[in-house]
Design a protein around this ligand. Structure first.
Ligand SMILES: Nc1nc2c(ncn2[C@@H]2O[C@H](COP(=O)(O)OP(=O)(O)O)[C@@H](O)[C@H]2O)c(=O)[nH]1
Ligand SMILES: [Mg+2]
Length: 364
């Protein structure tokens, strides 16, 4: 498998403004320039976003990603006012192991659909990544044409925090991008952990990229992820033998047959492509269109969106409760000590949890 060679990339590509990439390069500079910026009102943010002002959109996303409560409050007000202009996009999740070609694929398909007149936002979820300067520029170089296209907006994965936190930020970012007129949203995620389940819960269509000539065990893809895929695309067919490609297609088709029918009424497809030569890319777009038509017709599209919206609501509640709990001074003070007592066998896990919860509830 080809590994991305991210280091030593230097580039003057336009990189969408964001806390992470700037702070990765020089935190001091970021802080200074942020402080010097004019503060905007909620209305100014909302107007800016709705008129497609990319700088203001970027700044609003930075508020979403901020850990400062006042920033997050402001972000919530902005999202609330943008809400009537959201939902009118196709949200597509793209997953696969590192190096399979996700970013290159996005560059290829992205430019294709922009030529068709679409506006594309590319977001990423990668909770494992502590993004370095190298990896950001690495992704950007894979998306060289997109990164400089006025109809594309690329935002790297928010750093830090739990998967739940990263998921919330991404969901909220989807809303803002939709309000800014991006009618197609790609969300790239690494297909190795829990993050693809999270992405699956925020997209309409889920695409899994694979390689020919490597068993799925080798590719680190769990069965559960294949089960979620609306399409499996075998990438890099330009460098695989025809025999290996044919065999891979057959194997994945067989594997998909073992799963129960999808609730969407869609029969998952196995297809092939090369993100480099662009062979098969248009076909995949057509497949996505077919899927959208089918699910809009049979009602699944809207039902699924409703289900997701409900899920996000409860997910947000759980996450905020958890964050509040662990941020609580009384909990913080005792956590380590109580944990040690459990490790020493002096306290049962249940009792320990009860004690911590009590100190939380008694702190109000
Ligand atoms: N030959 C070939 N190489 C590809 C293809 N797609 C991606 N690559 C290469 O595979 C490497 C990893 O690609 P990247 O898009 O960064 O993968 P990601 O980690 O899944 O985002 C890069 O060197 C790409 O140039 C393809 O279709 N054919
Ligand atoms: Mg990538």
């Amino acid at each position: 498998m080809t590994k991305p060679s991210d280091s030593n990339n230097d580039s003057s590509l336009s990189v969408t403004d964001g806390v992470n990439q700037q702070s990765a390069i020089n935190p001091q500079i970021t802080n200074r320039s942020n402080n010097e910026r004019k503060t905007l009102s909620v209305d100014e943010y909302v107007q800016g976003i709705k008129t497609g002002d990319r700088t203001i959109l970027s700044r609003a996303i930075t508020l979403i990603e901020s850990t400062k409560p006042s920033d997050r409050e402001l972000a919530q007000d902005i999202i609330e006012q943008c809400l009537p202009d959201t939902g009118n996009s196709i949200r597509i999740g793209i997953t696969g192991v590192p190096g399979v070609g996700k970013s290159t694929f996005i560059e290829s398909l992205g430019n294709h659909i922009i030529e068709e007149g679409k506006k594309l936002a590319v977001l990423a979820i990668d909770p494992s990544s502590t993004r370095t300067k190298g990896s950001i520029l690495g992704d950007k170089t894979r998306m060289e044409k997109l990164a400089t296209n006025d109809n594309a907006f690329i935002r790297p994965s928010p750093t830090g925090g739990s998967l739940g936190g990263v998921a919330r930020k991404t969901r909220e970012t989807i809303y803002l991008c939709e309000a800014a007129g991006y009618n197609t949203i790609f969300i790239e995620t690494v297909g190795v952990g829990q993050s693809e389940t999270t992405v699956h819960s925020m997209v309409d269509f889920f695409l899994l990229l694979m390689l020919a000539g490597a068993g799925d065990e080798l590719q680190g893809i769990k069965r559960g992820i294949m089960e979620m895929a609306d399409t499996i695309a075998i990438n890099k067919i330009d460098e695989a033998t025809e025999k290996a490609v044919t065999q891979a297609v057959r194997e994945y088709k067989n594997a998909l047959h073992l799963y129960p029918e999808m609730k969407s009424g869609w029969e998952p497809k196995v297809t092939t492509c090369s993100a480099i030569t662009e062979e098969g890319i248009e076909d995949i777009w057509n497949t996505i269109q077919e899927y959208i038509s089918l699910t809009k017709e049979n009602g699944y599209f809207q039902n699924n969106r409703n289900r997701q919206a409900k899920h996000w609501m409860y997910d947000t509640i759980s996450n905020q409760l958890r964050e509040r709990f662990y941020d609580n001074p009384a909990v913080k003070e005792q956590q380590e000590h109580i944990e040690q007592q459990v490790l020493d066998g002096k306290l049962s896990s249940f009792k320990a949890a009860q004690k911590l919860l009590e100190s939380y509830f008694n702190s109000f």
